[in-house]
Every structure is written in C-alpha cells, then in structure tokens.
Design a protein around this ligand. Sequence first.
Ligand code: FES
Length: 160
Amino acid sequence: MELKFLSEDMRKEIDRYVEAFPTREQAIIQSLHLIYDKYKDIQQDHIQELSNYLKVPVGLVEGIVSFYDMFRINRGARHHIRVCKNLPCHLMGCKGLIRTFEDLTGEKVNQKSKNGRFYIETVECIGSCSIAPAFMIDDDLYNGLNITEESLNEILSKYT
Ligand code: FES
C-alpha cells in the first residue's frame, strides 16, 4: 500500500514507539503527535494511514483523536484559534472576544473554516486562568483582557 503522509523518518519514529510500548495500540498517541506536528491537523486520511501502518482498528484511532482536544479533525484552516469559555474566562469577557474573532475573521466558532485561514474553537481551559480571558493562536498564548478590535486585528495580521 502506498503511503502518502507518513514519511520514511516518521515511520522510523513510529517503529521506535511500537518497540517501546508493550502493545501497538499504545503507540497511537505518540504517532498522532508526530502527524499533528508535521501537518498541524489530523484528517481522516491521516487516521486511515496510521491505522493501516500500526495495524490497529481505525475506530480506535478516531476515538483517540476525538477524545483529545489537542487533536482536531479537519479544521480546514492554517491557523487554529482557541478561546477559553470556562468560568474564569467567561467572567472576564470571553463572549465579546469570541464575537470579535468571528467579526474579524468572517468565520463562525466551532465550524469548519470557510476561507482556510482561521478555525475558531471554544475550549474548556487552556491552563492560563490567571490571564483570563485567555486565548491561543496556534502555539501562542494571549491575554484577552482589554483587547480591542484594533489590537486583535493587529495580532491576527501576524498569521497569514
Ligand atoms: S478557565 Fe480559561 S484558561 Fe482556565
């Protein structure tokens, strides 16, 4: 079977995980990290190819991907905005922040990206409650307090 996503280096790394764990299933999460780091996304084709390569059920890989927030299927965008909506961030105004993100990007929260640039997602906590309302764009963490439409637009302009 032809492999489209798993490069030779990635396969070597995955083989190492398989050797390190007692079962092949336990290599799934590490392998998904590898795919996510390279493609910044996990798509159904990735899942299928990994399942074939590891010889584990595709449903098991799908279940792991959907369980963990850190893996998101088919967001269809180059940049991933995560806005925390848990209580501390809610009290500090995340609702307005989310609305501003939607206005500025033209995207709707938790819906597949239309223009392919941003995917906006609400999450339960990003471990930064002390700077509520907190949000992340890709791996960058921001404090949304006192943020204006103008300053948010400036931040977004860094992500092309
Ligand atoms: S509650 Fe928002 S970052 Fe923790």
